[in-house]
Design a binder for this molecule. Structure first.
Ligand SMILES: Nc1ncnc2c1ncn2[C@@H]1O[C@H](COP(=O)(O)OP(=O)(O)OP(=O)(O)O)[C@@H](O)[C@H]1O
Length: 281
């Protein structure tokens, strides 16, 4: 894992307080109590339109957390804040704690934040370059020159994304010749190359067929031991199959946050129950 400091400020404490509107748990702990990331009263506006009400959530280390909810409920807005992808687009207030550092602080080094907290988007977006370049470009930009090290990191990242066996003999072929599912796994490999701690995925399988979707899911299952994964999905079966925890977003609020098995079998809030029963969304 990369260990450079992200900010010149001293560490800020992680604090957990009840969400403003709900008395529901906002903190789910890993068995050893480790939390990879948390937000504290994270609030977002597009212009004068509030898209996310103050949201306090914590994400246990080495678990998969799904963010579900109807279209426009604020899931992507929340996710994109976690590695500062909303900079210049939205006004974001509140704390985003990662390793005792508030990555939402003005002093945080955004470039470095994104090496620790990687992102994979809805549509596969490989560069129009070779498979090799897609994975190694950012490493070279970070100053890695040693060919042997680059080759090792390339293989590790492609193995991590469960793509190595399919591409190891065609590494210099254009990434655009890969299937959609392979391109998305390449994008995961590209994110893994920087050795992040946290992987954010915004509906990574929504553009893929069912087989490619299952491959992405099994890849994420394999990655769970080493990474903390936060995934936005519209696919409730996917959330059930894949995730340890689920947060349900509704009209810019997190209305329920629970272990996935509990949320889907015994939701505590009526609107969650209506959503998972398909009554809206
Ligand atoms: N760049 C933007 N500019 C203005 N408003 C935006 C922008 N992005 C999102 N919004 C608005 O913020 C609200 C939350 O949108 P967001 O995309 O976070 O929802 P979502 O739950 O991820 O929806 P979907 O599942 O359709 O992606 C919506 O009302 C949306 O129209």
């Amino acid at each position: 894992m990369m260990d450079q400091p992200m900010t010149t400020l001293g560490p800020a404490p992680v604090r957990f307080e009840p969400a403003s509107a709900d008395d529901l748990p906002t903190s789910i702990m890993a068995p050893d109590g480790a939390v990879a990331m948390s937000t504290h009263k994270l609030q977002v506006w597009y212009g004068d339109q509030e898209a996310l009400s103050p949201t306090t959530l914590s994400f246990p280390e080495h678990q998969i957390t799904a963010l579900i909810g109807a279209s426009g409920s604020g899931k992507s807005t929340f996710l994109r804040c976690l590695n500062r992808m909303n900079d210049g687009i939205a006004t974001v207030h509140g704390e985003i704690m990662y390793r005792d550092t508030d990555v939402n602080a003005a002093s945080a080094n955004v470039y470095r934040v994104r090496t620790h907290i990687g992102m994979v988007f809805q549509r596969p977006n490989p560069f129009a370059r070779s498979i090799r370049d897609n994975v190694t470009l950012a490493l070279r930009e970070h100053g890695m020159r040693d060919r042997q090290l680059l080759a090792e990191r390339l293989e590790q990242s492609l193995r991590g994304a469960a793509l190595w066996d399919e591409v190891k003999d065609v590494l210099d072929r254009s990434a655009l010749e890969l299937s959609g599912g392979q391109q998305q796994r390449l994008c995961i490999a590209r994110a893994l190359a920087l050795r992040p701690d946290v992987l954010l995925l915004d509906e990574p399988a929504s553009a893929l067929d069912p087989i490619a979707t299952l491959q992405i899911e099994s890849t994420l299952q394999e990655l769970r031991d080493q990474y903390t994964i936060i995934i936005v999905t519209h696919n409730m079966e996917q959330a059930r199959r894949l995730s340890d925890n689920t947060a349900f977003f509704h009209q810019g609020h997190v209305r329920e946050y629970a272990r996935t098995a509990d949320l889907f079998t015994t939701p505590r809030v009526g609107v969650t129950s209506d959503y998972i029963e398909g009554k809206f969304g």
